[in-house]
Design a protein around this ligand. Sequence first.
Ligand code: CP3
Length: 344
Amino acid sequence: MAQQKTILRALAGETLPTPPIWMMRQAGRYLPEYRATRAQAGDFLKLCYNPELAAEVTLQPLRRYDFDAAILFADILLLPQALGADLWFVTGEGPRLSTITTAEELGRLKPVEEIHETLNPIYETVKILSEELPKETTLIGFAGAPWTVATYMIAGQGTPDQGPAHALKSANRPVFEGIMHRITEGTIAYLSKQIEAGAECVKLFDSWAGSLQGDDFTEFSIKPMQRITAALKEKHPGIPVIAFPRGAGTKYIGTHAATGADCIAVDDGVDAAWVAEHVQPDGCVQGNMKSSHMVTGGQGLIDETRRIRDALSGGAHIFNLGHGITPDADPANVQLMIDTLRGA
Ligand code: CP3
């Protein structure tokens, strides 16, 4: 049967009259119903590990908006936790993890086969969603790309310049590469299980790819994503993959071929017309509206929605933000973006 889901059609390279749309962090703190369910769960991590409530918050944005995709509600830092790192979230600050910087600490990480003991509730969430989602909605699974996950495991928190990970990469290459390898193999196992549970597409978030310069970008952003993509496609033929090397700038050129991904997500640091000329000829692109328009709204939002849609109308495009929607966004602006995209 011909593929009917708009997201899967775009991922297959089809140019659609109106691009399908979803939004990074579409289930999140800008929605009062999300905040209520998180309170009911106790905290963010308890919400991630509660399949019924995680499925509920995944579905919440779809009740408000006619999005073409749902993204599994979870976090990229659940994999380090499953590998044995301690993980907690400090309200108003962000994630904290026990750090891995020595051969001994690397040696204490769990083998990849044991991650599912921790991650089983996530697969259960995917299973619930695959049963409950409207038939036209695509279910997206995800994981962090190895470099981005490594930056958190090495520093124990988010860092402005990923300094601790760069430092370990120079000071102790074997330990750095050991961490990258364990994350890469863990990600293949984690995403395979998401696909088996019903994810129809997976996305790799390399949020900190932009700090990798020169050969490091190829070695530590592109190559691990290529290895994961190839392994997933070998195990699950035809599974579409979205890669997001955020902050790549001109290095976005050629990333479809280099990663093997079906779609490259682009941040708002590159212009849509430039993306149309240099990246979209190689395959589907996703992006790249500035998240701040979800706060400011108005004519600026309308103009930008049209500009990005029209600039990328000559090829396969999934409309999205360049990064996640922020907690201070106005939910009404999301509806305005969708109406504008589908209207004049
Ligand atoms: O709706 C969705 O997009 C799906 C769920 C999702 C979350 N995190 C939920 C979340 C996804 C896809 C992620 C990915 C993620 N997590 C990334 C990559 C994308 C990006 O933002 O660059 C990263 C780097 C993380 C790690 C992480 N999780 C950080 C740094 C933080 C704190 C910063 C923040 O935004 O608060 C989180 C917390 C987090 N993950 C929240 C949500 C909804 C907010 C937590 C809360 O509800 O209190």
